[in-house]
Write a new protein. Structure first.
Length: 202
């Protein structure tokens, strides 16, 4: 019985420190802005989950594609927002879940670069692919930022770029959450960027 008491207390302490998925009703998301030729006006949807434990960013037009000719395409998108937490809470970004696809013939390659910023914490991630391949991109990227100050309004930003280069005269494409294109490939997972947040009391 004594052993059970210690274990329960330890678990309770852990749940308090990481925030788990407890409801955070007073957390707000504001000043959502995006700009770039990869995310034209009206093509991005940003929302928080009901418990405020994650931010979902869904894209409709962030892709590059060639049909029957070679070439090079670059698409960019900068997405930014502010997270408001109450005075008795702190927040951190624990993980970024990133999803998309590449569809490359021989003699084609693609690159996705993203630069994350959460307050004063930054991280750069670059991935490269070569044809011939079709691949659904499904990555979980640890971030583990430092905790914000109590009640701080903190900025979350992603400055990203995707590049497609093809010397082939057949279809090639790369995309971040292009809904219709993923559906055409029978992809049934989550889409776009998902930012996983933790909270802790002050």
């Amino acid at each position: 019985m004594k052993y059970l008491f210690i274990t329960t207390a330890a678990i309770g302490c852990l749940l308090t420190s990481v925030g788990v998925s407890a409801m955070q009703p007073h957390v707000k998301l504001t000043d959502i802005k995006y700009v770039g030729n990869g995310c034209p006006k009206g093509s991005v949807s940003v929302s928080m989950t009901p418990n405020k434990g994650a931010i979902n960013s869904v894209f409709d037009d962030y892709f590059a594609a060639f049909s029957v000719k070679p070439g090079q395409l670059v698409r960019r998108c900068r997405l930014a927002m502010h997270i408001h937490v109450p005075k008795n809470k702190r927040v951190r970004l624990r993980q970024v879940r990133f999803r998309g696809f590449v569809n490359l013939p021989l003699n084609a390659h693609a690159r996705i670069e993203r630069n994350y910023r959460f307050g004063n914490n930054t991280k750069r991630v670059v991935n490269n692919w070569k044809g011939k391949s079709f691949q659904v991109i499904n990555r979980r990227e640890p971030f583990n930022t430092t905790w914000s100050e109590c009640g701080e309004m903190i900025k979350l930003e992603v400055d990203s770029m995707l590049e497609l280069v093809s010397k082939a005269k057949i279809e090639s494409s790369i995309g971040i959450d292009s809904f219709d294109r993923l559906m055409s490939k029978d992809y049934r997972g989550e889409r776009g960027w998902k930012f996983i947040l933790d909270y802790t009391p002050c």
